[in-house]
Design a protein around this ligand. Structure first.
Ligand code: DAH
Length: 362
């Protein structure tokens, strides 16, 4: 087989044209394989050298090698161009203008329960209370016995407790039914004077418009040598005024029973209903908002404090109920429905932390 120089020239022109026309690295590689690959057109010509006469092979060998180099160089150059173009395109597409303003409004909202926790903590922190927390999974001692619920006492039943299966010792852990166990944990760990509030989750087997199996409480405890019922009354009156953001509030203490306090009371606040709205602080109707009392001597004894020396008060309030009252939210179950429309309506701006100087909820 003889190869004409003119054939080589037109072959080179064709392939160079194909290289120039390749729009991406893949097409370019196809062109390379068809020319210089094992079965490519140039490689086939190289193979034909073997059958040539020595003189002819000498001339053609040089030409074919020259062609091969020209093509390889052209391919490498085109590859660089394509690579650079692809990079430029990507950089252009992924460009971020860091000087753009941030989104005009944040999407997330603070849940009313979190808001009310923050408000309550703000008020009591201002009075010198410290925040304590305890475990959600408790045992019988902390949830009941140490709080002066004797074994078999009917008050245990009204809590509708969620119990775990008994462990190897036959002991059944439980989901705490109130935040009061943290009173015990704190008095065991610290010496009076004690002045704490305990925000947290609590659990009871109950579900309707105003009850959910998981709900929230804030517990309060003050222990020293002189705190009496008058302090309790003042403290809770100041709290309710600050919480409901009113200058004056009608309230009353109604005798009640709790095993861990003696005497015990429930605090009611006055309200009126105007249409669908509840106005807190005025009017002749009463709403129960919390339980309270002087810490029972047995509770003090259970943590090793001498009731002839130490005394104090405790209280416990339902946070969800306070949130419903303050913000006019009719159904408690919506609190846990994770409905964005509900949260947009009832939620609070993320960066507006409650503070007493500017108003808690503004
Ligand atoms: N633990 C009570 C409950 O869940 C609330 C309570 C009432 C707490 C009176 C107290 C208290 O500390 O003194 O129903």
């Amino acid at each position: 087989m003889t190869v004409q120089t003119t054939d080589l020239t037109s072959l080179e022109r064709d392939i160079l044209a194909a290289i120039a026309a390749a729009e991406d690295e893949r097409t370019l590689d196809d062109v390379r394989v068809k020319a210089l690959g094992k079965k490519g057109r140039v490689s086939k010509l190289m193979k034909s050298l073997a059958a040539m006469e020595a003189d002819e092979r000498k001339v053609m060998g040089v030409k074919l090698n020259g062609l091969k180099t020209t093509l390889s160089d052209a391919i490498a150059e085109r590859q660089d161009e394509l690579h650079q173009a692809a990079l430029d395109a990507r950089l252009a597409a992924e460009k971020v203008d860091v000087t753009l303003p941030i989104r005009p409004h944040a999407e997330g909202r603070i849940h009313p329960v979190s808001q009310v926790f923050d408000e309550i903590i703000t008020i009591f922190a201002d009075m010198g209370f410290e925040v304590k927390e305890g475990p959600d999974i408790e045992d019988d001692f902390y949830n009941f016995t140490a709080l002066n619920f004797p074994p078999g006492h009917p008050a245990r039943d009204i809590h509708d407790t969620f119990f775990f299966h008994p462990d190897e010792n036959g002991e059944r852990k439980l989901l705490r039914t109130h935040t009061s166990p943290v009173q015990i944990r704190t008095m065991q760990a610290e010496k009076p004077p004690i002045r704490i509030i305990v925000p947290g989750r609590t659990y009871r087997c109950d579900s309707d418009q105003t009850h959910t199996p998981m709900f929230h409480q804030v517990e309060g405890l003050v222990i020293d040598q002189e705190t009496h019922m008058g302090h309790l009354k003042w403290c809770l009156e100041e709290f309710t005024k600050a919480f409901f953001e009113v200058d004056d509030i009608r309230f009353r203490f109604r005798p009640h029973f709790f095993p861990f306090t003696e005497p015990s009371a429930e605090m009611d606040i006055g309200y009126t209903r105007v249409g669908n709205e509840i106005r807190v602080g005025e009017g002749d109707d009463w709403l129960e908002i919390l339980g309270c009392g002087m810490v029972h001597p047995n509770v003090l004894k259970n943590v090793g404090l001498d009731p002839d020396v130490y005394q104090g008060f405790a209280f416990g309030m339902g946070v969800d109920r306070l949130a419903m009252l303050k913000y006019g939210i009719p159904d408690l179950r919506d609190f846990f429905a994770a409905d964005m429309r509900w949260l947009t309506h009832y939620g609070f701006a993320a960066l507006d932390m409650p503070n007493l100087a500017n108003g808690l909820s503004r």
